[in-house]
Design a protein around this ligand. Structure first.
Ligand code: AP5
Length: 226
């Protein structure tokens, strides 16, 4: 009799613990549910040095695939214009060609993604991640990346393109001095970023004409949307 009640008690404890574990699992799924279901909506990181053609190719991708294009540079410039509290330190950092703190970039990205999560067909994240920790933080806080497109071009090509754009872009960071600093920041971090994703990385030679590059982009994205 004594043995039976001890057994009953042990069973009861095990049952209570199992129920608690189930509840905890359910609660954590509710709290930490990824905002994007990547089996339905792809997340594409678009990477490359300053002036490698990320924005140019993203425009073409949006026109063909209807993806939502989020450029971290554009999000930051919009934030600066808004004059918000978190924008105060941004201008100086961007004019030095350095990276702004990741909490700010990630917050902006997350807000923009969540605001469009319902209607979006997929996301193009242009210019992020720019350092190893950014990629880790994105996947932990938002969702795993589906594929990474990297536009590869020499520093000379990048510099020439940005100097060519400087006359019309109106961007405070399109000047010779800041372009050098932007390139240095890129070169200091890029290899480490790319090395994290050997299986998802697709390198594209970006020294060619825009349409030739886009043909290769399509060969990467077509299977993703099929
Ligand atoms: P951001 O605005 O992202 O600038 P960037 O990375 O320096 O790149 P760009 O937008 O200048 O160039 P692009 O690659 O889009 O090329 P585009 O298509 O325009 O970032 C600005 C700053 O914000 C950063 O320096 C940093 O401070 C901050 N920041 C951004 N993201 C951050 C992050 N994740 N973390 C922290 N800080 C962040 O083309 C350039 C020119 O080349 C154009 O004139 C175009 O017509 C021409 N062109 C394009 N393709 C070709 C081609 N195939 N042949 C010939 N010409 C071409």
């Amino acid at each position: 009799m004594k043995t039976n009640s001890a057994l009953d008690y042990r069973c009861f404890v095990v049952l209570v613990m199992a129920t608690w574990l189930e509840l905890l699992k359910y609660a954590s799924e509710l709290i930490f549910e990824a905002p994007i279901d990547t089996s339905k909506k792809s997340i594409v990181w678009v990477l490359g040095g300053p002036g490698s053609g990320k924005g140019t190719q993203c425009d073409k991708i949006v026109a063909k695939y209807g993806f939502t294009h989020l450029s971290t540079g554009d999000l930051l410039r919009a934030e600066v214009k808004s004059g918000s509290e978190r924008a105060k330190c941004l201008t100086a950092i961007m004019e030095r060609g350095e990276l702004v703190p990741n909490e700010i970039v990630l917050d902006l990205l997350k807000e923009a993604i969540l605001a469009r999560a319902e209607e979006s067909k997929g996301f193009l994240i242009d210019g992020y991640p720019r350092e190893k920790s950014q990629g880790i933080a994105f996947e932990e806080n938002i969702a795993p990346v589906s594929v990474i497109i990297y536009f590869e071009a020499s520093s000379e090509t990048l510099t020439q393109r940005l100097l060519g754009r400087a006359a019309s872009s109106g961007r405070a960071d399109d000047n010779e001095e800041t372009i050098k600093l932007r390139l240095k920041t890129f070169l200091d971090n890029n290899d480490l970023v790319l090395a994290q994703y050997p299986d998802k990385l697709r390198r594209i030679n970006a020294e060619r004409p825009v349409d030739e590059i886009f043909a290769e982009v399509q060969s990467i994205l077509d299977p993703l949307v099929a």
